[in-house]
Write a protein that binds this ligand. Structure first.
Ligand SMILES: Nc1ncnc2c1ncn2[C@@H]1O[C@H](COP(=O)(O)OP(=O)(O)O)[C@@H](O)[C@H]1O
Ligand SMILES: [Mg+2]
Length: 172
């Protein structure tokens, strides 16, 4: 089967003053559609660098990354941003949420760049947030009762966003 992601001879060298930090050194990897892959390693073992380069957030020093047959290291910033938006999802270790936006606004932000109307953005993100929340909570806990305060918080947040009023539930 044709790989959906092909990494060939990938290298990333950071320059810190006069020093060179070789973060990735000739990485080769094929991933096929539907494959689930984990990178495990101690701190500093290049996991984040590999993911950043793989997602097109950083340019490699050498080598190529083909995703769906597109060599993403050759794309200019604009094309790369479009490609990321259509093909790549990323959950950041540090969340990278926008502090002054509430939960639903954070969820709906990518839809803004797709040109969705405000009404559509809010509707879609409320449905998604609620589904994800209930799914996660029912998977992660033994009983549902303990989650009721959190559910109330989420609902208050959603209503606050929907009515355009100040929302009490912010990320920080
Ligand atoms: N922006 C950077 N500038 C210089 N060195 C970096 C930079 N980012 C990462 N490194 C170095 O690259 C190596 C791999 O780091 P990283 O990919 O963050 O590892 P991990 O995510 O596995 O903890 C480390 O030696 C780190 O210090
Ligand atoms: Mg890391």
């Amino acid at each position: 089967m044709e790989p959906i992601i092909r990494i060939s001879n990938l290298s990333k060298i950071y320059r810190v003053g006069n020093e060179k930090v070789v973060a990735l050194d000739g990485v080769n990897l094929d991933l096929i559609k539907g494959e689930f892959c984990c990178f495990l390693g101690t701190s500093g073992s290049e996991k984040s660098t590999l993911l950043n380069v793989l997602a097109g957030l950083e340019k490699p020093t050498k080598g190529s990354i083909k995703i769906k047959n597109v060599s993403i290291e050759r794309l200019n910033e604009k094309k790369l941003a479009q490609f990321r938006q259509r093909n790549i999802g990323f959950i950041f270790q540090s969340y990278n949420l926008v502090n002054y936006l509430d939960a639903v606004e954070n969820v709906s932000m990518p839809l803004m760049f797709k040109g969705a109307s405000k009404k559509e953005r809010i509707k879609k993100s409320i449905v998604m947030s609620s589904l994800m929340y209930f799914l996660l909570m029912s998977l992660l806990t033994y009983g549902f009762k303990t989650n009721i305060p959190f559910i109330i918080l989420i609902i208050v947040d959603i209503i606050g966003s929907y009515s355009g009023k100040y929302s009490p539930f912010f990320y920080s």
